[in-house]
Design a protein. Structure first.
Length: 330
C-alpha cells in the first residue's frame, strides 16, 4: 500500500486529492496546523480515511516529525496562503508560508531520504500567478516568470527551489504550474465562489447585490477535481519535471457572471453587480491562458469538466446550500 503525505489538506485540492489517493488504495496522511484547527472536522467528515498529523510549514522540526510518522512514498506540498489579495496585506507571512515553507518541506524530504534522494517523490503546487505580466500567450513551462503579487513572488521562489533541489540532489521533485481551478469546495473569499454564493442568494431573495473588482480580468478556469489527477500523474513519471496544467481556454469575470445568472434565469445582471475599487489589485494580472500540451502528451491528462459545466456545478451546489431553512433564516 503506497503512502502519501499532503500539506494543505484542508483546501479544495487537498480534499479532492485525498479522495483520489484513497480510491487508488493509498494510505493518506494530512498535515494540519494546530490541534484546534477549525477545518479539522471538515477533513474528518469529508475524507475519514485520512490520518491527520500536526505540523507547520514554517517549522522544519514539525515537518521532520511528520515525515517520520507517515513514512511517505509521495509528498504533495499544497499548503500555502493562497488568497492572492491577502498577500498585499501581509507579504511577510505569505513569504514565510508560501515561499520559505516550500524550502522547509523540501529540506524535510531531503533529510528523511538522505540515503536515497529519489526515495520520496515530491510535488510542489506552483501557480499560474507566477506568470503575472505575461510574456507569452499562451503560457508554457519555459515562459518567463513575471509575478505581480507577493503571492506570485513567493510561488516563484518555491518553484525554482523545487527545480534546484531536483538538480542539486537528484530528488524526484515536480512542479505543477496549475492555472485557476475551482469547485464547490472553493473558499467563499475567491471570486468564483463569491459569485456563485451571491447569485444563489440573489435568486432566492436573500440579498440584492454583489460587489466585485475588475470584471474584464480573464482566466483559464478548470475543475479542481481534474487538476489533482494531473498531480498524481506527475508523481508516477520516471523522473520529476514541471508541467503546465490548464484548459487552454480563457474566460472573463463577465462570462462567469453571464453563466451564473443565466442558471437562475436572470438576464440583466448588471443591476445586481457593482464594481468596488477595494477589490481591484494594486498590480493586475489581466490575461492568463495555459498551454497544457506537455501534460497531455507526457501525462495523458485532459480535463473532463468544461467552463459551463464548472459554473453549473458551483451554482447547483450553492443553490442547495442557500435553500436550506437554517441558511434562509440566518
Amino acid at each position: 500500500m503506497p503512502r502519501a503525505l499532503i500539506t494543505g489538506i484542508t483546501g479544495q485540492d487537498g480534499l479532492y486529492l485525498s479522495e483520489l489517493l484513497l480510491a487508488k488504495g493509498y494510505e493518506v496522511f494530512g498535515l494540519i496546523r494546530g490541534q484546534n484547527n477549525p477545518k479539522r472536522e471538515l477533513v474528518q467528515e469529508t475524507v475519514p480515511g485520512v490520518t491527520l498529523l500536526t505540523g507547520d510549514l514554517t517549522d522544519l522540526s514539525s515537518l521532520m516529525r511528520a515525515m517520520e510518522s507517515s513514512e511517505p512514498d509521495e509528498v504533495y506540498n499544497l499548503g500555502a496562503i493562497s488568497f492572492v489579495a491577502y498577500s498585499w496585506e501581509n507579504a511577510m507571512l505569505t513569504t514565510d508560508v508560501t515561499g520559505k515553507g516550500v524550502l522547509n518541506m523540501l529540506e524535510a524530504v531531503r533529510l528523511y531520504s538522505h540515503d536515497d534522494p529519489a526515495k520520496v517523490r515530491f510535488y510542489q503546487a506552483s501557480s499560474s500567478e507566477m506568470f503575472g505580466k505575461v510574456q507569452d500567450v499562451p503560457q508554457r513551462e519555459n515562459t518567463l516568470l513575471w509575478p505581480r503579487s507577493p503571492y506570485g513572488v513567493a510561488k516563484v521562489f518555491g518553484h525554482y527551489m523545487t527545480i534546484n533541489y531536483r538538480e542539486s540532489y537528484g530528488m524526484h521533485a515536480s512542479s505543477g504550474i496549475l492555472f485557476n481551478h475551482e469547485s464547490p469546495r472553493r473558499g467563499p473569499e475567491f471570486v468564483t465562489r463569491k459569485i456563485s454564493i451571491a447569485v444563489a442568494r440573489i435568486a432566492l431573495g436573500l440579498q440584492d447585490s454583489l460587489s466585485l473588482g475588475n470584471l474584464d480580468a480573464r482566466r483559464d478556469w478548470g475543475f479542481a477535481g481534474d487538476y489533482v489527477d494531473a498531480m498524481w500523474r506527475m508523481m508516477q513519471q520516471p523522473e520529476g519535471d514541471d508541467y503546465v496544467v490548464a484548459t487552454g481556454q480563457t474566460h472573463s469575470i463577465r462570462e462567469f457572471l453571464d453563466l451564473s445568472f443565466a442558471h437562475v434565469n436572470i438576464d440583466d445582471w448588471e443591476k445586481h453587480v457593482t464594481q468596488d475599487p477595494r477589490f481591484f489589485r494594486p498590480a493586475e494580472v489581466d490575461l492568463l491562458i495555459g498551454d497544457p500540451t506537455k501534460a497531455k502528451e507526457q501525462l495523458g491528462w485532459t480535463p473532463t469538466v468544461d467552463f459551463p459545466g464548472l459554473v453549473t456545478m458551483m451554482m447547483e451546489n450553492d443553490l442547495r446550500i442557500q435553500e436550506r431553512p437554517q441558511v434562509a433564516r440566518s
